[in-house]
Design a protein. Structure first.
Length: 245
């Protein structure tokens, strides 16, 4: 009986040591992965990397991690306009089936899904912010974007008729969609501007606009988009996504 008790204590101690060693190893690996991701994507700050699943060491021995979660607070994506960038906030991605090279210099996920936010102020930079003539004696410009409820964007259009600015901006509810690498904002119905008849295509030059978003981390791509309280929420997805290297 005494021998069994001793054996039991030894097993418990070894198990505890294994857990400690496993957690130390995973913490080290998360730090290394975060540093490599920061370098490969040219990030201003080190991202959060969390390796899920237990035990970590057996996953490493098998050459594949089940689930790795990545969080990037601020990411500057390309817009297709040369040096112009657009800031994406709170990008959170879940990488499944992460395979790494023999020297651990690179890692690729079989699939990845994630969510992020583009603030309305950031998206507003894409809309025409300068007064544009839409009819003789009538100019208009987008001065604000906000949550319109039910997945719509509220576009505030400021109009000037014959030199007199309308008392308040005209609000336009718009639908936001994604096509390939482009977020599209399109008015559901055209507004009236001081009772002046304006051609639809002229009004839509102001109310409707597109925003290209490309070169996202690891090659992930836009999937879905929806208006929310603080900005446009985007969903991303990808396959064979490069996590590092």
């Amino acid at each position: 009986m005494r021998a069994l008790r001793i054996l039991g204590i030894v097993i418990v101690v070894l198990g505890a040591l294994f857990v400690v060693a496993d957690r130390v190893a995973v913490n080290f690996a998360e730090g290394e992965a975060a540093d490599k991701l920061r370098a490969s994507e040219g990030l201003a700050e080190t991202p959060d990397v969390s390796i899920k699943g237990f035990p970590f060491l057996t996953q490493m021995a098998g050459g594949e991690l089940d689930d790795v979660e990545v969080g990037i607070a601020d990411y500057e994506a390309a817009t297709g306009d040369g040096a112009e960038k657009i800031r994406i906030d709170d990008l959170k991605a879940s990488m499944k089936g992460v395979r790494f090279s023999g020297d651990y210099s690179s890692a690729t996920a079989v699939t990845a899904t994630g969510v992020a936010t583009i603030s309305y102020d950031e998206l507003l930079r894409t809309a025409k912010s300068e007064p544009t003539q839409v009819a003789p004696g009538v100019t208009a410009q987008v001065v604000g974007l906000s949550d319109g409820g039910n997945g719509k964007i509220k576009v505030a259009v400021e109009a000037t008729v014959l030199g007199a600015k309308l008392p308040r901006p005209v609000d336009v509810l718009s639908t936001v969609t994604v096509e390939g690498d482009t977020v599209r904002v399109k008015a559901d119905a055209l507004p009236e501007m001081g009772g002046v008849s304006i051609a639809e295509d002229k009004v839509r030059e102001i109310t409707d606009f597109d925003q290209v978003i490309e070169q996202l981390p690891g090659g992930i791509e836009l999937d879905k988009v929806e208006a929310a309280e603080d900005g446009v929420e985007i969903s991303v997805k990808g396959s064979n996504v490069r996590l590092a290297g």
